[in-house]
Write a protein that binds this ligand. Sequence first.
Ligand SMILES: O=C(O)C1=C[C@@H](OP(=O)(O)O)[C@@H](O)[C@H](O)C1
Ligand SMILES: C=C(OP(=O)(O)O)C(=O)O
Length: 448
Amino acid sequence: MSGHGDPIRMTARKSAALSGVAEVPGDKSISHRALILGALSVGTTKITGLLEGQDVLDTAKAMAAFGAGVTREGAGAWTVEGVGVGGFAEPAEVIDCGNSGTGVRLIMGAMATSPITATFTGDASLRKRPMGRVTDPLALFGARAYGRAGGRLPMTVVGAAEPVPVTYATPMASAQVKSAVLLAGLNAPGQTVVIEKTATRDHTERMLRGFGAEVSVEATPEGNRITLTGQPELRGQTVAVPRDPSSAAFPVCAALIVPGSDILVPGVSQNPTRNGLFLTLREMGADISFENEREEGGEPVADLRVRFSELTGIEVPAARAASQIDEYPVLAAVAACARGTTVMRGVHELRVKESDRIDAMARGLEACGVTVEEDDDTLIVHGLGPDGVPGGATVATHIDHRIAMSFLVLGLAARAPISVDDGSPIATSFPVFEPLMRGLGAGIVREG
Ligand SMILES: O=C(O)C1=C[C@@H](OP(=O)(O)O)[C@@H](O)[C@H](O)C1
Ligand SMILES: C=C(OP(=O)(O)O)C(=O)O
């Protein structure tokens, strides 16, 4: 949906201890991929636990527009009748990916090596985000892209009629770029290779293998070298989507900063390409125990028992950035409640998310009475300790779900309430955020 609806003003007030079980919904990254790989397979893919957030619903609609049969059978239960690699039909309508960078970039990759043309758009946030990072490598396969200045949406991609395989070293740590190249490589003859200096989330590689593609990963001095053999026959699968660790971050962080809290967050991914935040929080002194470690939906998971903790600021290494890239906003909120300074380095990529997240967090924290320093690639938060954050501000969320949720979490621990000007984007990734947080005892309300 490119139409961004009426803003929803929301407020969080200082909370009594949080308690209970926080069952967060399905992983957003895996949900997008389940739909796309299902569409590129022969036969039926049955998905359970699909995240029914707007980002993923927009991808489901897009897969139907490219010719797949996409049906909702029940809550989180979907089936996809695939068209096979190279089987995408030309969509008769503009593909609207709403707020989703993952959706648009992966779908561009998936269609770029078929002889079809598609036009993509999104909401006001997505239309500001750079697409050249994906269309540059797609051009090497023979695809062409025509967008607005700076490689912005709306953009038309003309797929390659005779695609050639590509070897591409990603210039930035981005699972979306890596995934777009691998998905394009599916319909190119021969081997497509992606080299990534820093490992990013590896769901595409894992799931491609699960759907029957040949994918190998080799550690080299230049980083991981991922090789895909083109033109496989992908076969429909059963996919049980595990819970989203990026959503789990919000109740986990809320429990850490609200005194007396003690909660359980089951089934949180321990995939090393996704678990950076939990390592960082432990280094800050967080009381988090990892119980019942097991595998769910092909991902290593654990139940997290989280208790309120007196936290200390740390230096978060740049090397960890990719494994917690979406968690920096809520980490910055937690850092405000820690004693001492938290230095987050290597975070430049945050500037090209749904908003410029370094700027959005810095301005919002300042409005709440927290001292912040930033440069292009660094965010530094001077913590005020538990019960030290004044709050009492309304923060601009810039159509960014993670900024909205981060400040609502901070409002649970601040001295005076914190409001966000628009909480509606929360529905893109975590549609049950409000009832889930209220179920733990958090005072989060809609205004007006
Ligand atoms: O591949 C994915 O599913 C994602 C990759 C990350 O983006 P980048 O590839 O831009 O780092 C992340 O921020 C996004 O929420 C989901
Ligand atoms: C960056 C995010 O998503 P996307 O890039 O898919 O819009 C996110 O969910 O934090």
